[in-house]
Design a protein around this ligand. Structure first.
Ligand code: ZN
Length: 224
């Protein structure tokens, strides 16, 4: 069996009354050493997709990544995070102390919150122009940057709210947006990081009766 790239996804098997995560389907149970025949359906290996996506392939999305390094390499759970918004071509608009940037690379491993439903043609056709005009405003000049109150998150959320406003929809404050759309995804990401790090260290990761969480639900869209 070809090993998976653990940055793209993992395998979960059940044996010894435990869930065992690995980067490939093992022939033997790493806990008891028994051959794994997968005779019963509930024992069959399940693939666990990575919660991270290449932000440059996500259009009209809110992206989150560590300011330095990536989630799977170098992120310790407390490192600074940076956010941005993609246009329809995966160009990542983001704001920091040196102003607004349009990144063509560097956002390859992100948590992504899609902001537009694929059938919202009017909004999609305006998106790039909105984002460009919004980013040219004086409030995003470098000297206006302030680490806590006028930062990358302010920029992204203000843009989202401008679009919501243009769509005659209710705006969201930071905690609302974070709790509804960001935290469900970062929670999943942080579990994945834990499992990934254990697999890198020991080759597998075993847990007792994990709670049945929403592994299959990708989280809701922000419907602009
Ligand atoms: Zn076993």
């Amino acid at each position: 069996m070809q090993p998976l790239d653990p940055e793209r996804g993992l395998i979960k098997i059940s044996h010894c009354n435990r869930d065992i995560f690995a980067s490939f389907v093992p022939q033997f149970c790493p806990l008891c050493g028994q051959s794994l025949a997968y005779r019963r359906l509930e024992e069959a290996p399940v693939s666990i997709p990575s919660p991270f996506v290449n932000g440059h392939r996500e259009r009209c999305s809110f992206l989150l990544k560590p300011t330095a390094g990536t989630f799977l390499r170098g992120y310790d759970g407390n490192s600074d995070l940076h956010v941005g918004v993609t246009n329809t071509n995966g160009l990542v608009y983001n704001y920091n102390e040196t102003g607004v940037h349009k990144a063509e690379y560097g956002w390859e491993e992100c948590v992504s919150v899609p902001l537009v439903q694929p059938d919202m043609y009017d909004l999609l056709s305006q998106w790039d122009l909105y984002l460009k005009q919004f980013s040219a405003a004086d409030i995003w000049l470098p000297h206006r940057y302030e680490e806590h109150h006028h930062n990358c998150y302010t920029y992204a959320l203000t843009f989202i709210n401008c679009v919501l406003n243009a769509q005659k929809k209710q705006q969201m404050n930071k905690s609302e947006f974070t709790e509804r759309f960001v935290i469900p995804r970062t929670r999943k990401a942080s579990k994945y990081i834990t499992i990934y790090k254990e697999i890198c260290k020991s080759g597998f990761y075993a847990v007792d009766h994990p709670e049945q969480d929403s592994q299959t639900s990708p989280g809701s869209h922000v419907t602009l």
